[in-house]
Design a binder for this molecule. Structure first.
Ligand code: NAD
Ligand code: UDP
Length: 386
């Protein structure tokens, strides 16, 4: 650990990081990396800490003293400014970020992603503290190509679908398509942060994650989350596989996504943390353009991988089609295709993703099986409470 240098060969000095949303999926992996491979200190802020419990206890852990958990809700807690002042860098991950919420809880979604982030930006700006803010690839919305006729050869031209931080427009659906409440709130907070940089000199980096997936993502309904809850696709499909139910393909599973292994993505974040001169003032796509699939192909691959991991043969009919209205309710809409352009992150940080989709599903589904298979069996065998 000692003697680590940044990308320009200068020694890396340990810093204190105020990490808001540290108890979530990305936060838990980032804390793990910072504890095991660096000497930085983390003030971990969240309303939950289940996903980082293994880093907080017991006190004999080698990094004890370098991570401190602060249970607070950033909506209404005056301790937030003090924590930001104590740190050299603030990383804001806190958000409502599950698509099932965007059209059913649009007010909570907008408040969480825009209003609640305002004080964080303000305290960083007023106290001259650096900020790494987590936005989303959804700020791009739909691709330009999606508006072309289905048989147009231009749809094959990357100019019509590759998403570039400094060039691509943000294309959202009508206001009644409340799906876009999240993307729109994230876009406005990005613009505000950018403006704070331009007018008041805020040192910022904005991260746009493209479907980061891996262990500890979301929850399995009825096991460590609400039975009626709808998590993101990895957890939905894992839940179906664990319960031996067909995987539900929303509107035929035709949407395309690029999936990146959380551990690859966290390496990009570490580079941003430790190379401020290269990261400040930039917006970075972080994804894996080589791992593109339709949601249907994802379902097929997860079925194959899970069969290998669990030793159980796949169902005869492993998938079933459902309409988006039935699955998500009114106001749902979808991003058609998400391929990140990697030029900027490559040039600034020399970073590239490594893990193939098969390999990342193999390690993730091994984790899901090990963590949940027994609990699911128990839950299924128990009669329903009357
Ligand atoms: P997550 O839901 O697992 O983590 C978010 C954490 O923030 C949770 O632990 C939650 O308890 C906490 N939080 C929310 N509101 C809070 C509040 N008011 N006070 C204190 N804590 C609060 O989500 P994640 O996947 O880890 O995502 C982190 C960030 O990355 C989010 O901003 C999300 O929009 C963005 N993002 C993630 C992905 C992805 O692929 N995982 C994709 C696009 C964007
Ligand atoms: N999806 C699906 N079945 C599910 C859950 C999600 O077909 O059980 C689809 C969803 O409609 C979207 C894609 O999978 O097209 C990815 O969904 P996710 O919730 O991961 O978030 P998104 O990538 O849209 O932000």
């Amino acid at each position: 650990m000692a003697g680590r240098v940044d990308l320009d060969g200068s020694p890396i000095k340990p810093i204190t990081i105020c990490m808001i949303g540290a108890g979530g999926f990305i936060g838990s992996h980032l804390c793990e990396k910072l504890m095991s491979e660096t000497e930085h200190k983390v003030l971990a802020v969240d309303v939950y800490n289940d996903k980082i419990k293994h880093l907080l206890e017991p006190e004999s852990l080698p990094w004890a003293g370098r991570i401190q958990f602060h249970r607070l809700n950033i909506k209404n807690d005056s301790r937030l400014e003090g924590l930001i002042k104590m740190a050299d860098l603030t990383i804001n991950l806190a958000a409502i970020c599950t698509p099932a919420d965007y059209n059913t809880r649009p007010l909570d979604t907008i408040y969480s992603n825009f209003i609640d982030a305002l004080p964080v930006v303000k305290y960083c700006s007023e106290n001259s503290k650096r900020l790494i803010h987590f936005s989303t690839c959804e700020v791009y919305g739909k691709t330009i190509g999606s508006f072309l006729p289905k048989d147009s050869p231009l749809r094959q031209d990357p100019a019509y679908y590759v998403l570039k931080e400094d060039e691509s427009p943000c294309i959202f659906g009508a206001i009644e398509k409340q799906r876009w409440s999240y993307a729109c709130a994230k876009q406005l907070i990005e613009r505000l942060i950018y403006a704070e940089g331009a007018e008041n000199g805020l040192e910022f980096t904005i991260v746009r994650p493209f479907n980061w997936i891996g262990p500890r993502m979301d929850f399995i309904p009825g096991i460590d989350g609400p039975s009626e809850g709808v998590p993101r696709v990895l957890a939905c499909f894992s839940n179906n596989l664990l319960r031996r139910e067909p995987l539900k393909l929303v509107d035929g599973g035709q949407s395309q996504r690029t999936f990146i292994y959380i551990k690859d993505a966290i390496e990009a974040v570490q580079l941003m943390i430790e190379n401020p001169a290269r990261a400040n003032g930039h917006i970075f796509n972080v994804g894996n353009p080589n791992n593109e699939v339709t949601v249907r192909q994802l379902a097929e691959m997860m079925t194959q991988v899970y069969s290998k991991v669990s030793g159980e043969a796949p169902l005869e009919k492993p998938t079933v089609d459902v309409s988006s209205q039935e699955f998500y309710g009114v106001g749902y809409d979808d991003s058609d295709k998400r391929i990140p352009d990697m030029t900027i992150i490559n040039k600034q940080l020399g970073w590239n993703p490594k893990t193939s989709l098969w390999d990342l599903l193999d390690s993730t589904l091994t984790y899901q099986h090990r963590t949940y298979a027994e609990a699911i069996k128990k839950a299924i065998s128990q009669p329903l409470a009357s």
